[in-house]
Design a protein around this ligand. Structure first.
Ligand code: ZN
Ligand code: ZN
Length: 329
């Protein structure tokens, strides 16, 4: 079988860039080239782009790029929300257009047509709930309730005033510079939701992550069963072994079955690979947030401890490192 090397190379490079960009800072990638690519994409690439734009188009163009960056990264904006809706909409549309004709199939019953709509609708509801609910905004009126609800630990959180809001900042809260407000039990500012994740909407956010992980696994499995049904109904294995004399073993049949699937069902193969990659990424996020939930920690606090640890390690101070490790666990 002729291997479509270009397709394999393109897929591998895309996967490497996406995984490096999204997960390069995870502890398991520390010291690897995945972390280096992440660093380049996050810091180096933008720096070089700015220098390139300035050299080619002058200072005005550089200011324009800086302005766009400020709008996209430093202020609330719906770009990633629109992107999310587009990804979900386009993916579901392609699935309906290309794969619903195989439902019901040999292994897939007809009610998956309706279950898929319910799955996407629930995902959309969780998205709206997380995006548009109050994350726990702290105001002069409610600040005293939050201060008594979250006692200061005098380790990470000491009693002080928010210099922007001019109100006391309760423990575990943080001033979000993008939303320009203090948020109780601040987790992080989520660009995808165009909203902070805090005390009041963390549950929706975690439900959103888990649900989208499940949707991706569900989609990849159903497409897998559609393909298995096609192999069965079209008697592909039988034809290969009986008519083409292919050896009836996994290693003998695999290249020929893969070739047939890529030729006849390339859209389904691409969809299932796309969903499987998304499921892996979302699974990682779910596991991380499950760990945070179980240890009653926020992303903000975990990042703080991580930065303290990096500082201790860089100074070779193992005693201080152990102290932060114990503080966290
Ligand atoms: Zn504030
Ligand atoms: Zn925010």
């Amino acid at each position: 079988m002729e291997v479509p090397w270009l397709l394999v190379a393109h897929g591998s490079v895309t996967a490497l860039v996406v995984v490096s960009f999204l997960c390069g800072q995870w502890p398991i990638f520390e010291g690897t080239f995945v972390q280096s690519i992440n660093h380049f994409l996050n810091f180096g690439a933008y720096h070089y782009l700015l220098r390139f734009v300035q050299a080619v188009c002058g200072n005005g163009a550089k200011d324009l790029v800086l302005g766009v960056e400020q709008y996209c990264c430093d202020r609330p904006n719906p770009i990633l929300q629109v992107f999310y809706v587009a990804i979900i909409g386009v993916t579901y549309f392609i699935i309906v257009q290309t794969s619903f004709e195989y439902i019901p199939g040999y292994y897939v019953s007809g009610w998956h047509r309706y279950l898929s709509i319910v799955a996407v609708a629930v995902g959309a509801i969780l998205f709206v709930l997380t995006s548009f609910s109050d994350p726990g905004t702290i105001t002069a009126e409610n600040v005293s309730q939050y201060v008594s609800a979250y006692p200061y630990d005098n380790v990470i959180f000491v009693e002080k005033e928010c210099s922007t809001c001019k109100i006391p900042r309760p423990a575990r809260a943080k001033h979000c510079r993008i939303c320009d407000k203090c948020v109780a039990r601040f987790d992080h500012h989520c660009g995808w939701m165009n909203n902070c994740i805090g005390e009041k909407n963390t549950r929706y956010f975690v439900a959103f992550l888990v649900w989208h992980f499940l949707i991706c696994v569900y989609g990849a499995l159903v497409i897998g069963f559609i393909l298995a049904g096609e192999l069965k109904e079209r008697k592909v294995i039988y034809i290969l072994t009986a008519y083409y004399g292919i050896e009836n073993s996994f290693s003998g049949l695999f290249p020929h079955v893969a070739q047939w699937l890529l030729a006849v069902h390339n859209t389904q193969i691409l969809l299932s690979v796309f969903l499987a990659i998304l499921a892996l990424l979302l699974g990682g996020f779910c596991a991380y947030h499950a760990h945070l939930c179980l240890t009653n920690t926020t992303t903000n606090e975990a990042d703080f401890v991580k930065n303290q640890n990096i500082r201790c390690l860089s100074q070779g101070d193992m005693k201080c490192y152990t102290k932060w490790e114990n503080e966290f666990n």
